[in-house]
Design a protein around this ligand. Structure first.
Ligand code: BG6
Length: 299
């Protein structure tokens, strides 16, 4: 298969095929890990380090449609998060996860990992909801760790403001049996019901119902402890001041057409982001990089 979105030679560890919904898909297979990435949204849909079960969760009900976001894996939310502030016709979580990204680099790093770079630039007809000139580069390193780095550059003449999230969906044995550590004592905006500011207690997060929270001023790593799976997933980060924790639970899962009614126990999102009060303003010519580094280890 060939695609105009591939602008570089592929090393032997990377192959291109037509994936679900006939969307172009890259498969990375090296000594350290296996991964799949769709050019639609530069969306990482699978990462499995050697010796581990798949770390990312994918919905069996995902739409696989070029006009829709993929449900699971790592959607890139940009340049806004959630509904657009004023334009109700604008897509949720921004347009980056709906656009085709271009593959501009693919190489083995000489230490067993494979590095890919994807690019997205201002659409030919910039949307009224966010009419700014930008260049986004997304670097994905597939190895014993999964490295994700989203760089936004302001290529226009005026400053702009954006939100962004690496909306990582993680596979867990049963969300009711996990805990999430690293956010103890942190203030958060609780988006379930009327948005309310609360403070996490000194105990790790346990998921006991619909959970949709923006943890504020978070700059350290989080760990998902999953004793039933015998696994710990660690999410390290840089250039990020907020962390979103999300599980839809029963009713919201039923309400989403691209999310199986009974799938919610198997996933949790711990998202590396800059959203809400932590949105980013970039001067003309300036750049900003958000990174997330995912590791899996025995519990
Ligand atoms: C989370 C948001 O990050 O993503 C939730 O905090 C939202 O409010 C969820 O429901 C899923 O969003 P979407 O647009 O992919 O259905």
């Amino acid at each position: 298969m060939q695609s105009p979105l591939i602008r570089t030679a592929l090393p032997p560890t990377v192959s291109l095929d037509s994936g679900e919904g006939q969307l172009p898909r890259l498969t990375v297979n090296n000594a350290q890990a296996r991964a799949q990435i769709y050019l639609h949204g530069a969306h990482v849909t699978a990462w499995q380090p050697a010796g581990h079960e798949p770390v990312l969760w994918m919905s069996q009900a995902s739409m696989w449609d070029a006009a829709k976001p993929i449900r699971g894996g790592v959607p890139i939310c940009f340049p806004w998060f959630g509904p657009h502030a004023t334009d109700t016709s604008a897509p949720g979580h921004g347009f980056a996860r709906l656009r085709d990204w271009t593959l501009t680099e693919a190489r083995d790093d000489g230490h067993g990992a494979t590095e890919l770079a994807f690019q997205l630039t201002t659409p030919a007809a910039p949307p009224a909801a966010w009419p700014h000139a930008f260049d986004a580069t997304y670097r994905v390193s597939v190895g014993a760790s999964l490295g994700l780095a989203l760089e936004i550059r302001n290529t226009g003449a005026d400053a702009f403001t954006f939100e962004e999230a690496l909306h990582t969906y993680f596979a867990v044995r049963d969300v009711r049996g996990i805990d999430i550590r690293g956010l103890e004592g942190v203030d958060y905006l609780d988006k379930v019901g009327a948005a309310t500011r609360r403070t996490q207690g000194r105990e790790p997060i346990r998921i006991t119902g619909e959970t949709d929270r923006i943890y504020l001023d978070t700059r350290g790593a989080c760990a998902i402890h999953d004793p039933a799976a015998g696994r710990r997933i660690v999410v390290g980060k840089s250039g990020s001041d907020a962390t979103v924790v999300w599980n839809p639970w029963v009713a919201k899962a039923k309400a989403m057409p691209d999310f199986g009614d009974d799938e919610w126990p198997g996933m949790v999102c711990v998202e590396t982001c800059n959203v809400n009060v932590h949105r980013v303003t970039l001067a003309a010519g300036a750049r900003h990089t958000l990174t997330a580094t995912i590791d899996a280890a025995a519990a």
